[in-house]
Design a protein around this ligand. Structure first.
Ligand SMILES: [Zn+2]
Length: 449
């Protein structure tokens, strides 16, 4: 590439000089000639003239930003990428601050016990451009005092399969146990109805079982939490609903569940020993998915397919149990079966279930430190350095939360193998009743509520 003429103050002086000479009828062949002619004048020029042309040069430089402009191999200006990264970072910081504001103050007077948290998960067939073709969603509400309150779950029929995506949709439906979309307009999901339900559901936030003085004002919807790899999909699902219903999607906030867990646990901790030293440990605890093999948590469709671990309803329930598992030992709340821990939590059922699965991934976790609390899985992740480093790595790979340029589905990892020891403290207090009763037990709970 030929070197460009530097656009300094002398350059602009030369342009001016050239124009003045042209008016007098004097022409120059090239810039070098002009430079020779204008050079002595520039050196003699008074300060006021120099200042004038320096200002022009500075203005031009800012306008063009040439010295800073660098490009990636795909032709995107680096400054643009830096700007996007900066925005993502600012959004992540604002999210952390928001979660902090939500939690920290309430931990002092136990108001946090009544604070309702919402968890949402979606299953999608595939990504079509930047939108997700959603096939199932579930939302759940829980708080520390009452555990899981109720869930709302729906299989979604998006109807039309976008041209060219038939095989992707088929693959996604097999992978996740979703029904294939049905083109019949009668069977299409009514998105507006779902959004109305979600809004009603969010409005129930903190409304029951709490002293009037502690009831919040409902200016904003409470944030919706999900795991980092689902933030974009959940956000996109809400945007899709809002677009169909002409609702303002900026009313909704979708935040990371690991940040909530970390902030919550450390807010509740009464001593330094009770705190999580690193945020990645909260993520590690969620990834460990200690309740993965609890039978009966999925929707009927996934249970029938024997694919309940992939069910959105099962996932939000497991997340809630995982959060409570780590948070409750730092409170004076006694865990109640069916609310804070699964109804029928028996080791035999889990082992059987595991045998059927034969899902194996990664090395077995280190043996947890003994303790009567139900947070043994937390201890495990704290003690197991290999587990936590791999989780840290996983966390770093998906920095862009809002506009990632990759498909997070490929980042989903199978949880590490769970050993008997992980379940001992909980199962020791419960005797199982077997699998079949479970689906009903949640409903019973809801009705009695
Ligand atoms: Zn399901």
């Amino acid at each position: 590439m030929p070197k460009k003429q530097p656009r300094n103050s002398f350059y602009f002086f030369m342009l001016d000089f050239k124009e003045e000479q042209r008016k007098k009828g004097i022409q120059y062949a090239n810039m070098a000639e002009i430079a020779n002619a204008a050079g002595p004048l520039w050196r003699e020029a008074p300060q006021s003239v120099r200042v004038k042309f320096e200002a022009i040069a500075k203005e031009e430089k800012e306008k063009r930003n040439i010295p800073l402009q660098k490009f990636t191999s795909t032709g995107v200006p680096l400054s643009e990428i830096e700007r996007q990264n900066r925005e993502l970072q600012e959004a992540a910081e604002a999210e952390k601050q928001d979660i902090n504001d939500l939690i920290k103050l309430k931990c002092f007077n136990k108001a946090i016990y009544w604070e309702d948290f919402y968890l949402m998960d979606v299953n999608y067939y595939c990504k079509v451009d930047s939108t997700y073709l959603i096939g199932e969603f579930a939302v759940l509400r829980f708080n520390l005092r009452d555990g899981i309150k109720e869930q709302y779950h729906k299989n979604i029929n998006p109807g039309h399969i976008p041209t060219g995506y038939a095989s992707d949709v088929k693959h996604g439906s097999q992978e996740l146990g979703l029904e294939m979309p049905d083109e019949d307009p009668q069977k299409r999901t009514d998105y507006i109805h779902i959004l109305a339900y979600i809004i009603d559901y969010l409005h129930q936030h903190n409304q029951e079982d709490r002293p009037n003085s502690q009831r919040p004002d409902m200016k904003n919807f409470p944030p919706i939490f999900t795991v980092p790899e689902k933030v974009e999909a959940v956000q996109d699902f809400i945007i899709q609903l809002c677009n169909k219903a002409s609702e303002d999607d900026s009313l909704f906030r979708v935040y990371r569940l690991d940040t909530l867990l970390f902030t919550l646990v450390n807010g509740l901790a009464s001593s330094k020993e009770m705190m999580l030293p690193k945020e990645s440990l909260a993520m590690g605890h969620l990834k460990q998915d200690g309740f993965k093999y609890t039978p009966g948590l999925g929707c009927q469709h996934h249970e029938d397919l024997d694919k309940s671990t992939e069910c959105a309803k099962s996932r939000v329930t497991r997340w809630a149990y995982s959060v409570l598992d780590l948070a409750l030992p730092r409170t004076d709340v006694e865990p109640a079966p069916g609310k804070h821990v699964p109804h029928d939590y028996n080791i035999e059922g889990i082992l059987q279930f595991k045998e059927q699965r034969k899902v194996r991934a990664g090395p077995s976790v280190a043996s947890p430190s003994a303790g009567p609390s139900c947070s043994s899985t937390a201890n495990t992740s704290l003690n197991d350095s290999t587990a936590s480093t791999s989780f840290t790595r996983a966390l770093r790979t998906h920095t862009p939360l809002r506009k990632p340029n990759m498909d997070f589905a490929s980042k989903l990892r199978v949880a590490p193998e769970i050993t008997e020891q992980d379940f001992k403290p909980i199962t020791s207090r419960r005797t199982g009743r077997g699998r079949g009763d479970l689906a009903g037990s949640f409903n019973n709970m809801n009705i009695s509520k």
